[in-house]
Design a protein around this ligand. Structure first.
Ligand code: GAP
Length: 412
């Protein structure tokens, strides 16, 4: 399949199966905006939760934060965004891509901006977290949320949008420790890429040359991904030095230095910033997972999603829907599996092959079928079900407890 067709197929599957819809579609859409449908929400939540677990939760040195999207505009002046967060238009003029809005009514109204990165909300809360949580360096803040950029040319589906989501860490270090910390986060990003199921051969690092780096960065590595439309930036890892805290301290006249109680030294910490776009991750996952093969003489489409990323973890089905005993038993099985994970689908429509295909297409790793043997037609098979594996189509006969254990293990 060529790359253009792959992209068309991903976009079409996303719409048909409820992952991602064009924004405001019934009004003809709005360029650069997309709406996540039910399955897209689930997939995206799995990505965000895994990020949260690996980048924040499991570490002793990370603190979550949820800052306001609209900030005092002086923050964006201090950070350099008002002066320099701009892209060239076709006729060579620089166009600031921050979305402007106004806050307050009538004459009182003042200009404000929708945040172009979640980072700003973390720098302005550095002192609040130091004063309330008393963390010792190194430590970091982590935030997931929306960011807005009035992109001149939004394109490539959810790759370049005007409203998107970021998962960002601002990690504060002693100046001398920046390189080791940069390396630590670089490795963590690679592990995360692997865990969400990105094709390792499609992931590349680019050490961004100085004249291409953002104004605040002393070193940046772009994690690039081979999307169907070319090799493009997926995530960024930046060494922001003391640029932000120093700039905010100067502009706000608030001391944002850190006192090392052991040495008595006072200094402005330096910052390492792993910045991951949620939507670009979702698209890279879909591009990595999309497969077509031949099964039973037909072309089938499936998403080889990692079970922990798949929106639906398993589907339970009674072999026939007009047999109340089968339906009742299958409901029992579904309830048992829902104790392992809440997102267990039910499907009793059409023949069993069609049900499997529907789940394959949305990446459900397991299908469980309840038949007459489950009810004890052959007593030695009583309380066993068929477990069917998405990628191979292989089936095995297992007890309900064994299926629950398999599901649990796959989600660990
Ligand atoms: N705080 C650093 C920062 O915002 P960035 O490279 O401008 O750096 C970080 O953005 C990440 O946010 C990108 O690597 C990408 O994943 C995502 N991103 C940026 N602009 C985007 C857009 N217009 N649409 C979707 N994702 C975007």
């Amino acid at each position: 399949m060529d790359d253009q067709h792959l992209m068309e197929k991903i976009v079409s599957l996303c719409k048909r199966r409820g992952f991602v819809f064009p924004g405001s579609e019934i009004y003809g859409g709005l360029a650069g905006t997309y709406d996540y449908g039910p399955l897209g929400v689930l997939l995206q939540e799995n990505v965000k939760q895994l990020w949260y677990r690996r980048f924040v939760n499991e570490r002793d040195d990370m603190y979550p934060i949820d800052a306001a999207i609209i900030m005092n505009p002086h923050a964006w002046e201090a950070s350099g965004h008002v002066a320099g967060f701009a892209d060239p238009t076709d006729d060579g003029k620089m166009f600031n891509v921050m979305f402007k809005t106004s806050v307050g009514a009538g004459e009182e109204a003042t200009v404000a901006y929708l945040r172009p990165e979640t980072a700003g909300g973390m720098f302005v809360n550095f002192k609040n977290v130091v004063d309330s949580m008393h963390p010792k360096l190194p430590f970091g803040l982590g935030q997931v949320g929306k960011a807005f950029r009035n992109e001149i040319a939004p394109r490539d589906f959810i790759f370049r949008q005007r409203e998107f989501k970021q998962m960002e860490v601002e990690y504060f270090v002693r100046p001398a420790a920046w390189e080791s910390s940069f390396e630590e986060w670089r490795l963590l990003m690679h592990r995360f890429a692997e865990e969400v199921g990105l094709s390792p051969s499609a992931l590349h690092e680019l050490d961004v040359p100085e004249n291409d780096r953002a104004h605040y960065s002393q070193r940046t590595i772009d994690f690039e991904f081979d999307y169907p439309f070319g090799r493009k930036e997926l995530w960024g890892l930046a060494y922001r030095g003391d640029f932000d805290l120093s700039a905010h301290a100067k502009a706000s006249q608030v001391d944002l230095s850190y006192l090392d109680e052991e040495t008595g030294e006072r200094f402005i910490p330096h910052v390492i910033e792993p910045s991951l776009g949620v939507d670009r991750t979702v698209l890279a996952i879909l591009a990595s997972a999309y497969r077509e093969d031949d099964m039973g003489g037909e072309t089938r489409t499936y998403l080889a999603l990692a079970p922990k990323i798949a929106p639906i973890k398993a589907m339970v089905s009674p072999l026939l829907k007009n047999k109340p005993e089968l339906v009742a038993k299958a409901k029992e099985v579904r309830t048992a599996l829902q104790k392992v994970h809440p997102w267990i689908a039910w499907d009793d429509n059409g023949n069993i092959g069609k049900r499997y295909r529907r789940q394959d297409e949305i990446g459900t790793p397991f299908c469980v079928t309840v038949d007459f043997d489950t009810l004890g037609e052959h007593p030695e098979l009583a309380d066993t079900v068929t477990l069917r594996h998405r990628d191979t189509g292989e089936q095995e006969r297992l007890s309900i407890e064994e299926v629950a254990a398999r599901l649990r293990a796959a989600l660990e």
